[in-house]
Design a protein around this ligand. Structure first.
Ligand code: AMP
Length: 427
């Protein structure tokens, strides 16, 4: 067929993938570890539509952010409403939280999500137009321990996945008062260099100068080398908050580096921001990141509730695991491959397989078996542990020839004991 997948997207396949990180059973493995860890930390799953009214992202992510300005997939639906595929998860979670008035249910809310996100990225390694994030949002607590908990959860997910040599970078972007003070200090510093800034940074100079710290432009980076640190502008309250987050991370043994250049790409962050990076990933080395966003819910006309969260990229996590040779689960394989020869045997094997599957045993039947050798090859290719060869003679005697594929050992096993025999691993 001449139709191919859209540019900068990829398929996740059960086998035959051109790169191992595109194998679906590895995705299932990661997702189940994320789900278990989220449960242990008290986060419950939330699922929202993959598209929303465009206005939500303009208000929730920020009109001036790269994501909204340059990267959204936006279209008019048949009712002439502007719709966007979600570029991130937080805005949708907050919308659902407000729409369903969940604030009336309890005082602290902890959600996690896993799902596809969409950004119109230019083609480059490590960035896709449909990618997958796992993320959490904790709403209702302004305690520094809540920041430390979310950081720890991202760290713990990486630990459970077997990732090593990761770096946690933390910073504080302060509260409104700290940011106002820093905004002015940064503008004063940048003003003499204004003409040499990139076009994007010039646009941000008035709108949101903090975001200039995020610039990837080499010239901007050089200019920024001498920029003042945001940490010197923190209000006493923001400083106390940051100090406590650090003390708590020390207490639970999580190493970190303070990196005062991290402001994160989105406009809504306050106080703590953080990122976890893996060197094996090259230029796009962030596995995930997040921070506190105390003003966001109120700015969406909700109650004035503090919140903190993170989002991580499943593609990156999987690529890092493969690059580090982290332990991966084996591809699911049948315990038993049934190889019937003849019509009667096929019928018997079909019934046998059904009974076994109803007990939760992975059994495959070769419905097109003609030759033993070819059937054994298929069984080996599927990585089956055992292969039972059953012809009319075996049916008559009520037996199967059971081969252990790794050792090629063979034994005669009564048909009515076949499944139990395999389960007990007697061969
Ligand atoms: P962000 O929402 O931009 O902070 O992204 C959080 C995480 O999602 C990043 O650290 C990446 O792991 C992942 N991510 C973001 N954008 C992409 C993308 N276009 N392709 C793949 N992963 C991405």
């Amino acid at each position: 067929m001449s139709v191919q997948s859209p540019k900068v997207t990829f398929d996740i396949l059960p086998y035959g993938a051109d790169e191992p990180w595109k194998l679906s059973y590895l995705w299932q493995h990661i997702e189940s570890i994320i789900r278990e860890a989220a449960r242990d930390y008290g986060y419950s799953e939330i699922r929202t539509p993959i598209y929303e009214r465009t206005e939500l992202f303009c208000r929730g992510v920020g009109d001036a952010s790269d994501i909204v300005m340059k990267e959204m997939f936006t279209f008019l639906d048949r009712g002439e409403r502007s719709i966007s595929l979600r570029p991130e998860g937080t805005a949708s979670v907050m919308r659902a939280f407000l729409e369903h008035k969940l604030s009336q249910e309890r005082s602290v809310h902890k959600f996690f999500y896993i799902g596809p996100m969409f950004r119109y990225e230019r083609p480059q390694s490590g960035r896709y137009r449909q990618f997958h994030q796992f993320g959490v949002e904790a709403i209702g607590s302004g305690q520094p321990a809540q920041d430390a908990e979310t950081i720890d959860l991202l760290w713990e997910i990486c630990r459970r996945l077997g990732l090593q040599g990761l770096k946690l970078h933390i910073n504080s972007v302060g509260d409104a008062a700290s940011r106002q003070a820093y905004r002015e200090a940064l503008q004063d510093f940048l003003r003499p260099h204004y003409e040499n800034l990139s076009q994007d940074s010039k646009t941000r100079f008035e709108k949101n100068p903090l975001r200039i710290l995020d610039s990837k432009d080499a010239g901007d980076k050089k200019i920024l080398e001498g920029a003042p640190s945001i940490l010197t502008s923190l209000s006493p309250e923001a400083k106390d908050h940051f100090d406590e987050v650090r003390r708590l991370l020390d207490r639970i043994g999580i190493p970190y580096e303070i990196n005062d250049r991290i402001v994160r790409g989105l406009d809504y962050y306050t106080k703590t921001v953080f990122e976890i990076t893996a060197d094996v990933l090259g230029a796009q080395n962030a596995l995930g990141g997040g921070g506190r966003f105390d003003g966001l819910i109120a700015s969406l006309e909700g109650p004035d509730l503090p919140a903190v969260g993170f989002a991580g990229g499943i593609e990156r996590v999987l690529q890092a695991m493969l690059a580090q040779n982290a332990a991966l689960p084996p591809q699911p394989a049948p315990l038993l491959y049934l190889l019937p020869l003849g019509e009667e045997a096929r019928r018997a094997c079909f019934v046998l397989a059904t009974e076994a599957r109803r007990k939760g045993v992975f059994v495959e039947v070769d419905l097109h078996a003609k030759k033993v050798q070819a059937g054994l090859q298929t069984a080996s290719k599927l990585n089956a542990r055992y292969c039972a060869i059953i012809g009319s003679e075996e049916i008559a005697k009520g037996l199967a020839q059971l081969k252990t594929l790794a050792t090629r050992q063979q034994a005669e096993v009564p048909l009515n004991r076949l499944i139990d025999f395999c389960l007990e691993e007697k061969v």
